[in-house]
Ligand binder design. Sequence first.
Ligand code: FES
Ligand SMILES: [Fe+2]
Length: 408
Amino acid sequence: MTSNGAHGANGDAHAVLTDEVMAGFGKPTEEARGLPNEAFTSDAFFELERKTLFPRSWLLAGLVSDIADKGDARPVEVAGRSLILGHAQDGDIRAFHNVCPHRGARLLTEPVTRQPVMTCPYHAWTFGMDGGLRNRPNYDGPDKHNDGRNAGGERPCLFPVRTQVWHDWIFVNLDGKAPAFEDYITGGGDRFDGYDLDAFRFAHRMSFSFACNWKLAVENYCDNYHVFKVHPALNDAMSWDEASRRPMDVAGRHLSTEYWFKDVDKGQLGNKSGVGLPKPHGLPNELHSKMVYSVLFPNTAINVYPANLQLVLFEPVSAGETNMHMWFYFVGDAAEAPAYAEARQTLYDDWSNLNFEDEDICRRLQEGRHCDAYDGGRLAPYWDIGTVHFHQQVADAVRGEGAFANGR
Ligand code: FES
Ligand SMILES: [Fe+2]
């Protein structure tokens, strides 16, 4: 359920994210306050995030695995915008707005594979997978075709979107003004030092629907605190001491957490899941029984286990709904070899159970944000430093301040 809050209905960031709210982030965690309720329940605030926070950030748009061959392209939706991801003949991966520059028709509605060009369904202008115009039939009149060049010789192009490939993952920055990707990823990406992320291959995707705002789903995902209460099987598999079960740590502008297994051969989630899967060659000893999470701001997460990896995207649907997509990766041919089918399936089943446990909690978190008495929370100093940090990142991104200020 969503509602237009009295202050947020005009979409003014400062009406919800007042100076008092902003000051609340800077206090010691026990006295700090998180984002106000409207940031989670108001349709107007949700729209504001779509116009400000998401365009200003680097966002996961898709997988290189999904456009693996030259000539592949697919339409994707990112923060309410339709984009095309294309694999050009020169090997480059590029992203474009999914609109024909002629009269504005939607260009792609389905993926295409190994095609030399994309053809607009309206007047048949064709574009290479690099976005460049190739041909305009009957452009200068009947049977007077054009080779895609203007009178001055230049070749118009689909409207490009700033793109960066990192391992198997394609990130885009819609406003073109985010910091360089290397700077953006600092902190969150560093958490995977020691892992060979390119050893992992995509195998399977699962999606879940959560009745909560996207921010609550993100926070919950990185919160080790709730595991002892909400996930008994997982809790049983994890060591319980300060050194081996971290809170939600701040990692640059991102969040991170990690834990050690009691006995990794008994399963990652407490049910033999993942047991027997091959690990990457050269995995350092200290990573053989450890799990590392990073939430890459704002809504992508990567978890690396000794023998598998999950990529997670929290897709905001509305103020009170979020789709969570999980892509499972395994080492080399363990992604598809029948010998590992049971190990893979056990892992998928256990993750389904885990996500169903979280679904109920996320619904309750959303319901709680409709309670007038809740004012951003009474936070736990050991566990919630990351919660406050995440809220501040959101507020800065919406207001265009801090790391999100103009000219950053
Ligand atoms: S709108 Fe695409 S060719 Fe005319
Ligand atoms: Fe959980």
